[in-house]
Design a binder for this molecule. Sequence first.
Ligand code: HEC
Ligand code: HEC
Length: 475
Amino acid sequence: MEKNCSRKSRVLPLFRLLLVTLALLCLAPLALVVGVRAQSKATDPGVRPGPPAAGKFFSTLSKEQSALGPLFTQDFNNIFGVTATETGHLGLGPVYNSDECELCHSQPAAGGASTFVNQALLVYNADGATNTVPYFELSAGAMQNSRFPQQLGNLSLPDGLDHQVFTITGRADAGSCDIAQPDFSEAQSENDIEFRVPPPMFGDGLMEIIQEKDILSNQSAQCAEEASTGICGTPNYASDGSIGRFGWKAQNRSALIFVSEALTGEMGVTDEAFPNEGNETPGCVINALPEDHSNFISVPPADFPGTPERLALFVRFLAPPTPAPPNSATLNGQNQFNAVGCNICHSSPSPVQFVTPTAAISALSDQNVNIFSDLLVHHMGNCLADGVTQGAAAGDMFRTAPLWGVGQRVFFMHDGRTTDIVQAVEDHSDTYCAQGYGGSVLSGYQNSEADTVINSFNALSLTNQQDLIDFLRSL
Ligand code: HEC
Ligand code: HEC
């Protein structure tokens, strides 16, 4: 019986589609007349078309800084091999997620987020590597970093670390190195796997030098209203006690440390901040450590000191995204955004405008930072929770994602679970959060701090909701 039905539905898909469309066309005016509010949802117009509105360096860099820009961009585009034989740049692996920064950070331009095409599919077998593509790297999905909240095979112990997806085993330049990929299917069957997608880094130089006192005074004002809003974020702190800004949980304080970690963590290229390999299987530590290091041969300053310093300057030179010019709909959308309280967390320019202090790179001095984030971490509910603790950010806490540039972004939220910006807004609240990403839903965490705001968003008229969404896509 069931078989018959499913065969029938496969034979007549077009016909069925036609019927459904006709039915919807007939019912739509009815729904409007009777005012069926639950059916009326704003729609995401999708990635804003046109040329990339991000990816350029500040136009106010000095002549000397501008002259070095292309060198730093080149570093971001370098493809790494295990030895220098294949690509001219050595250090890949033994375990890695990708062989190039830009593969993960390219939407809508170098320095950005994940594109429509999952780049993992380009690197898994590069140069003869024998990796298989794990179940979660989908061709139409974002490139994913994977973390196991608990230790695989010993679920009572916390883990939380990034487990690189690929190994160099089988590559022509990997010698006899033989390491297996992590058992992602086991992690999946034990519900012990969570994902992170690459966030963009445009404007991160400004984000890096916002002063702590400004973040803290905004936090005090926010928390003073907690009784009525339910919202009171907290800073995450780095190991030296300073306030973290980078990463989905604001777990990292500086551009330099983040890119050093990315070099080792994402690509396995050891550097002067992190000089040991992530996997030390005999036969797999192939080069002198650290593989990237200060260059004592070339003439300073261009090639000196190491790649992380140059990549950190690449990050700092990148100007923030330029929003589309406002129109009456997006202006109303911004008012609605503030009226329902999105701006309590995504706070810029109202109620707070971060302004950078005087900076050594003068392009970064005295800038209004339209970041749409308080740079605090918040409790976001069971549906978003990933069970990974990083510093002060518990398993359900995330940094208010900066919204500058979301107009041209493809994947949203820390695990890239949706490409629909309306769904991303609904996902702030357990009540409306849809599990479209195949991950596990955790339990036991408190309600999302955003619950009241998301209820207010859902209570807006369809026009106001749509204007708010159009405003987001204008950023
Ligand atoms: C395999 C994909 C991948 C590669 C390759 C990669 N990244 Fe990332 N990047 C990520 C992910 C995922 C995050 C978020 C990490 C987190 O929060 O746990 C991230 C975050 C960042 C951030 C922080 C942005 C912010 O505002 O929070 C910076 C800066 C960055 N990466 C720079 C780099 C650089 C430089 C390279 C090359 C050395 C690189 N990345 C290579 C996936 C990648
Ligand atoms: C309690 C604080 C809070 C409130 C209120 C809030 N947000 Fe967020 N928002 C967050 C956090 C935290 C994230 C990141 C979630 C994650 O990493 O999975 C986020 C992510 C987003 C994203 C996805 C950005 C990205 O980089 O993927 C969008 C879009 C967004 N919020 C829009 C809104 C809108 C619109 C409202 C108001 C209706 C709103 N938010 C209210 C905290 C908040």
